[in-house]
Design a protein around this ligand. Structure first.
Ligand SMILES: Nc1ncnc2c1ncn2[C@@H]1O[C@H](COP(=O)(O)OP(=O)(O)OP(=O)(O)O)[C@@H](O)[C@H]1O
Ligand SMILES: [Mg+2]
Length: 225
């Protein structure tokens, strides 16, 4: 199991959001998480992505008990193993598309998260390969404000992929796109899994996407039902 989580709880004050949630995910699995607004989907994704600490419970990612790592090891681990695609892409506006894509690799390099060191030139060339793979050839030097919503989301996917992580978490990645662009974006997730063997967990309100996934997990009253 690439992800195994056991009995996760998380409350914000008296608001008990996750109430002993458990599940596992296999390598190359594409899972969807659905549930009502406020059910705790983003909270769960943040916990699985190791950016939010649960109140109790254990999470193993690729065999590592992630919350037993110290801050520095955890941030390296996250940089190398996990890619995030957020609902509103969170691209840095002052950087170009290619620079946004390169960023996690540069951070990994200068924080010495990786055991292999690529030159900046190699990082750029890897970013260019992803750019082409995601149909963004010619957009390398555009800033996010000069890109369409779908293009911005594809840059965000490329950024999530640059360190070739084992897992991608996506939080409503197609939430603000029209149906054709949405469809194309969904296709990319499956294509990425096929070509890069990633495990992909997607929070979505989109029924057709949820149905296309290998499994659909429904979050209700703090647990998967
Ligand atoms: N940092 C926080 N502080 C306090 N409460 C929070 C915090 N983050 C989330 N919550 C609360 O936790 C609950 C779950 O929020 P979460 O964002 O995980 O929901 P969601 O399932 O992602 O909803 P949506 O579909 O609207 O994105 C909500 O009641 C929310 O108000
Ligand atoms: Mg959410």
């Amino acid at each position: 199991m690439i992800i195994s989580c056991d009995n996760i709880t998380k409350a914000f004050g008296t608001n008990k959001v996750l109430k002993g949630l458990s599940f596992t995910a296999k390598e190359r699995e594409v899972l969807s998480i659905v549930g009502a607004s406020g059910a705790g989907k983003t909270t769960l994704l943040q916990i699985l992505g190791t950016i939010l600490v649960p109140d109790s419970g254990k999470i193993y990612i690729d065999g590592v008990d992630v919350f037993s790592l110290n801050q520095r090891s955890l941030s390296s681990f996250r940089n190398q193993k996990i890619g995030f695609v957020f609902q509103f892409h969170h691209l840095l506006p002052e950087f170009t598309a290619i620079e946004n894509i390169m960023l996690p690799a540069l951070i990994g390099k200068y924080e010495k998260a990786s055991v292999t060191y690529l030159s900046d030139k190699q990082i750029r060339s890897n970013a260019e390969v992803l750019l082409a793979e995601l149909g963004l050839w010619g957009k390398a030097d555009s800033r996010p404000s000069q890109l369409s919503g779908g293009e911005q989301q594809r840059v965000a996917i490329a950024r999530a992929m640059i360190n070739n992580p084992k897992i991608i978490f996506a939080d409503e990645p197609s939430g603000n796109l029209d149906s054709k662009t949405k469809q194309d974006l969904h296709d990319l997730f499956f294509k990425m899994r096929d070509s890069h063997n990633q495990t992909i967990i997607i929070v979505t309100h989109d029924e057709s996407l949820a149905k296309r996934c290998d499994r659909c997990l429904v979050l209700k009253d703090g647990v998967f039902v």
